[in-house]
Design a protein around this ligand. Structure first.
Ligand SMILES: C[S@@+](CC[C@H](N)C(=O)[O-])C[C@H]1O[C@@H](n2cnc3c(N)ncnc32)[C@H](O)[C@@H]1O
Length: 274
């Protein structure tokens, strides 16, 4: 006699499987990273508004914010190489658009100590750098530099209850400087509250930006195959690139995979300094 489970799995399910697969091939129309720019647009800040790109990396978004909105953007990052690359990119970009030389600059600094005057900033753009902050000091500093009614836009990924401790450890270990506590939105929200910031928008994106990336560039899928190769043949890559670089590459590949399967969840906060 066939059990109910076997009937469901091998009789009923195969009858809908193809149709179900076809339904899954249809996009759920995920929102993409341009959403961050849409939120900034809605703030209706005037050209020339003062913006800090906090943890600017190589400065891509500093340029885009200046080009899109005419903001005066200062990219701040603690890594000297990033500042140098930002300045080189500025020289290049200014050949096409000389205005950028007036609007964009880069400076060494951290979220905890920005080379910026008190109450001089309209918007802090903080994309994927919160992982590294000493929350208490960083938010006190953000409060110091923002004008009254100034905004802070944070885009970051947070761990969910699906992330197992060894997986979190594998992500944090090769990224010294990341603060595991910052992966919990409750800690981050407590830090906003401590400095008196109010939350104007709180958007949970889950895997949306990952899905968008898969649908438009295929990058998350590429990271999945990279993770598989890294995990199956570690010696091959360690011999060529060294163990530290191997660990960073694996952590990065897994980060993309985890976001697709709900162990990480993307979130946007728009904060206001009252
Ligand atoms: C994942 S990258 C994000 C770069 C860029 N914001 C982007 O969205 O592409 C994180 C950046 O945070 C910077 N960072 C690390 N510690 C920081 C700190 N305490 N304050 C500000 N930025 C920091 C790193 O140097 C790095 O450039």
């Amino acid at each position: 006699m066939t059990s109910e489970f076997l009937n469901e799995a091998y009789d009923e399910y195969p009858r809908i499987e193809d149709e179900f697969q076809a339904a899954l091939d249809e996009s759920l129309q995920p929102r993409g990273p341009d959403l961050l720019y849409d939120i900034v647009r809605e703030l209706r800040l005037p050209p020339g508004a003062g913006v800090i790109d906090l943890g600017c990396g190589e400065g891509d978004h500093s340029f885009r914010l200046a080009e899109t909105f005419g903001f005066a953007v200062q990219g701040v990052d603690p890594v000297r190489r990033n500042i140098e690359l930002g300045n080189e990119a500025l020289e290049e970009a200014a050949k096409q658009n000389a205005e950028l030389r007036r609007l964009v600059r880069f400076a060494l600094g951290t979220a905890e100590a920005m080379p910026v005057d008190d109450a001089s900033v309209d918007l802090i753009w903080c994309r994927e750098s919160l992982y590294f902050f000493d929350l208490e000091n960083a938010f006190a500093e953000c409060r110091r530099v923002l004008r009254t009614d100034g905004r802070m836009l944070i885009y970051n990924n947070f761990e969910t209850e699906l992330m197992e401790p060894p997986e979190a450890e594998r992500w944090h270990a090769p990224n010294p400087g990341t603060m595991p506590a910052n992966s919990d939105p409750r800690n981050v929200e407590a830090a906003f509250a401590d400095v008196g910031f109010t939350i104007e928008q709180d958007i949970t994106l889950g895997s949306e930006f990952g899905e968008y990336g898969q649908e438009h560039t295929g990058k998350p899928g590429q990271q999945l195959i990279h993770a598989a190769r890294l995990m199956r043949a570690p010696e091959r890559y360690i011999a060529r690139f060294g163990e530290t670089n191997y660990d960073i590459m694996l952590a990065d590949a897994l980060w993309h995979v985890y976001r697709m399967i709900g162990k990480l969840s993307s979130r946007i906060y728009l904060l206001k300094k009252p």
